[in-house]
Design a protein around this ligand. Structure first.
Ligand SMILES: Nc1ncnc2c1ncn2[C@@H]1O[C@H](COP(=O)(O)OP(=O)(O)OP(=O)(O)O)[C@@H](O)[C@H]1O
Length: 225
């Protein structure tokens, strides 16, 4: 559903991502790992039209993705969770969800079943939630919008492990309904528990792509600069 073929990308003349080929199927849950500055975010940005693509092809759900058109990605069903987690801070949780819900669309999994917070704090302004709580609202919005690919950068940043687990658990559940999930982080341990497939970036290249990675091999890849 998301296919990157020989993708090189960066910012202006700066080359960051080099010759990356990764094909991700519908309903997969993929961890994109790598140390600081290895190009994980830039790769996501290349997919979502936020970095400059220097070479290669990207297709999403059989659409050819042109460079520099982030608007098309949203229209074709892909969401990149931004740092503010894509919530309207001055609206309540309920209103955030209501606005996101595509007319007449009922997701296979009700996000309120995944995240009790959405009910317990329904009248709270989203801007007053913690980062992890906002992330839950952001993911719920993507689910209600019927998005078929959800990518999350820096999933664990600033979140307590129990919240990270709740989010990963929820993401795993939605993959069973056919939604594709790509999670980016530099902390491997938790993600590895939930993601059957791992792509490791090193100096802009995808140096490993596979399921069932032995932990020792991953430690080795993540330790190298
Ligand atoms: N806007 C930019 N202009 C020029 N270079 C950039 C820009 N953003 C990032 N870079 C460079 O691209 C390289 C890769 O950065 P990127 O953010 O993709 O790495 P990352 O693997 O996501 O790292 P981290 O885990 O620290 O976020 C770094 O050397 C960084 O300095």
């Amino acid at each position: 559903m998301l296919e990157l073929t020989d993708v090189s990308a960066g910012y202006g003349q700066a080359k960051v991502v080099r010759d990356v080929t990764v094909h991700i199927g519908q309903g997969e849950m993929v961890a994109l790992l790598g140390r600081n500055g290895m190009g994980k975010t830039t790769l996501l940005h290349a997919v979502f039209g936020l970095a400059d693509r220097h070479a290669g092809n990207i297709t999403l759900a059989r659409h050819t993705v042109p460079s520099g058109r982030p608007d098309l990605l949203a229209r074709w069903g892909a969401t990149l969770m931004p740092e503010d987690r894509g919530v309207f801070p001055n609206l309540t949780i309920t209103d955030n969800l209501r606005l996101a819900n595509r007319k007449g669309f009922r997701p296979a999994v009700d996000p309120r079943e995944l995240f009790p917070l959405l009910t317990d704090r329904r009248d709270q302004l989203a801007g007053t939630l913690s980062g992890g709580q906002k992330q839950q609202v952001g993911i719920a919005r993507a689910i209600l919008a019927g998005q078929s690919l959800i990518a999350i950068d820096e999933l664990t940043q600033g979140l307590q492990p129990s919240l990270v687990r709740a989010v990963l658990e929820a993401l795993r559940t939605i993959t069973t309904t056919g939604v594709t999930v790509v999670v980016v982080d530099q902390h491997a341990a938790l993600l590895l528990e939930y993601c059957p497939r791992t792509v490791v970036m090193q100096a802009g290249r995808a140096v490993f792509d596979g399921p069932g990675t032995p932990r020792s091999r991953l430690d080795e890849l993540l330790a190298l600069s």
